[in-house]
Design a protein. Sequence first.
Length: 222
Amino acid sequence: MVGTNATGVGLPVGSYLWNPASRTYTTLPPPTTSVTGPVALAHTLDERGGVAGGLVTQVGEQSWHHTAVVWQPGTLAVQQLPTGGSADTYATDRNENGLIVGWRINAPGQSTTAIYWPSANAQPVELPGRVAYRVNDAGQIVGIRNFTGSSAYPFSAVMWEPRRGRTTRLGDNDLGSYVIAVNASGRSAGFAVATRNGNNHNTAGWWDPPRRGDCPRHCSPR
């Protein structure tokens, strides 16, 4: 859960864990060193009760600095992830094996690059795309990359499998797509852009996990 100020705009005031059993909030703590004046911004709660996200500091009227962190299960102790020399980093998910995904900006003003951390102490590894959103326990990572061939939507949903050295475009109607989730079996969900009566619209769907020798039909959204 993320809290904002009274107007609901600008930098959030912090992030919290909600316990339905006790009906209590627990504030995610910022670190005591390394980053000054940050706000904790949670992104994903993992199966063990740990949190992936970042620490955000406002540096201008409409600009922020992000530092990727994870909060450890149980203690919620915060651990800053290695930046690899990047200007900004942010974590979006972590699997039960400790593999963390997210994005980084290599220099101010540049676009985001998808990354993963093999562990919380490892340097980030770049993926060929813009943002890595989710990772399952098998190490299959889903996210988006640029799709310059579409006049409707600039991104295409992809799956990265670092252990196989493989990137698979999940498929769409050649107008762009977006992925937001992946399950334990590798099935992912999101939307693809379609055209109807001359107008573009988003169609929710899912993709089967990639197989070796995938064909275009297999990679089409259902």
